[in-house]
Ligand binder design. Sequence first.
Ligand code: NAD
Length: 490
Amino acid sequence: MTTHVQAELLQVQNFVNGEWRQSNSTDALEITNPATAEPLARVPLSNAAEVNEAVRAASAAWPEWRETPPGERIQYIFKLKQLMEEHFEDIARTITIENGKTLVEARGELRRGVENVEVACGIPMMMQGYNLENISRGIDEIMYRHPIGVVAAITPFNFPAMIPFWYLPYAIATGNCFILKPSERVPLTMQKIFQLIHQIGLPKGVINLVNGGKPAVDALLDHSDVRAISFVGSTPVARYIYSRAADKGKRVQCQGGAKNYAVILPDADMHAATQIVGESAFGCAGQRCLALSVGVTVGKAQQGFREAVSDFAANLKTGYGLDEGSQMGPVITTQSKTRIEEIIDRAVRSGAKAVKDGRGYKAPKHESGNFLAPTILDDVPADSDIPKTEIFGPVLSLVHADTLDQAIELLSKSAYGNAASLFTTNGAHARRFRHAAPAGNIGINIGVPAPVAYFPFSGWKESFFGDLHGQGRDAIEFYTDKKVVIERWS
Ligand code: NAD
């Protein structure tokens, strides 16, 4: 819902050319704490002119920044790491307040963000090219990497701190200038982090922040001075951004939505598998792109697993993420809650059994929050839309297969390919799954196979558009142009 800007609530600001700026847009979104419904802030939906100012600032900063030696560039990033550690708890609390996840989960995502800052400090090594003497007699060939210019990232609501850091530290360490357009539903975490960025003394224009929605995104996609776009969000938007940015000749990487399968074999350690799948399905209220949302039990695993995971769900404490002992928070908006409850209604109408039904849950002391309790749907009809729909809420669907190959066949039918996990104690089964499962992030007895900062955050099929992923070596490839020099000195 857009409203006209009013004065009394905290006004989210843009950070352009090294200074905080009040947006002049008359459109804004009011955001509330998803657990308490308390109003938090108004977020400006910046217009194209404001995006263009950020691009102008970044373009002006680039000639000097690209000539700054990598060893000097990373000194700013070291300082940022230090400040993020000093303000760690404050940032984590902000994540919980605006996103709803528990404080433990918020600390976990922020730690993953900081890890990317640490890895980007290695750019002077990681950015090196290679060379070969005597490609022909007396002739040598050298490959250098050059930064590409102004680059931008557009990020989702579910990891307000971590996902911008899949891009920001690598982009600037490799010598590019960067613009972030965070999710308009969780702008406060970046308000905190940009206060730290303001303190590290970067030349003005190297990192910029523009808050907004589609008009701001479109302005970034269309601007001829923006060389590369990174996106993380839902598949329809990923597809749109990939094609529009590519049409404008940009380098693009777009992470999309997900529907991740857990396969539980009868030889699994059933107690561990239950805990891990339950944590993955219901952690962050199911709003992780790596959440396991379909459990495929194979053969005799069906009975034991269904009961054990139902017990796990029943014992999970759902409440405000800042309250001691809360293990699962609310979903992001009342619209999300309604959408998820409607999907559960539809599943039940189409024949699924709600073994655990989280609809209508009210958290003690926070009755206006967007809470649902963990939900488990059993006997989900394979031909209904439920196994195909990304629910993005605390809902685990259970289906059954007779063999591991049948389970892999089920995964193969999914349009998405973000993640898949297998639970087993048998190495041959693990190897078969690792090889055949059609997804980019595979867990073997792991429920959230989130690559650490020095590996690419992968994703296949409708979960990813592009070729180079975020993080690690892929980030260096994405943010640099290769130049090959062939020399002869007679
Ligand atoms: P979203 O697609 O609604 O929004 C993501 C970003 O795109 C936001 O910054 C938003 O302002 C912008 N946006 C939204 N609609 C747009 C439009 N029509 N045109 C241009 N820009 C637009 O996603 P979300 O709800 O914030 O995040 C949840 C989704 O993100 C889920 O589908 C989840 O699976 C996915 N996700 C994927 C990964 C991954 O690594 N594959 C990671 C996290 C989240």
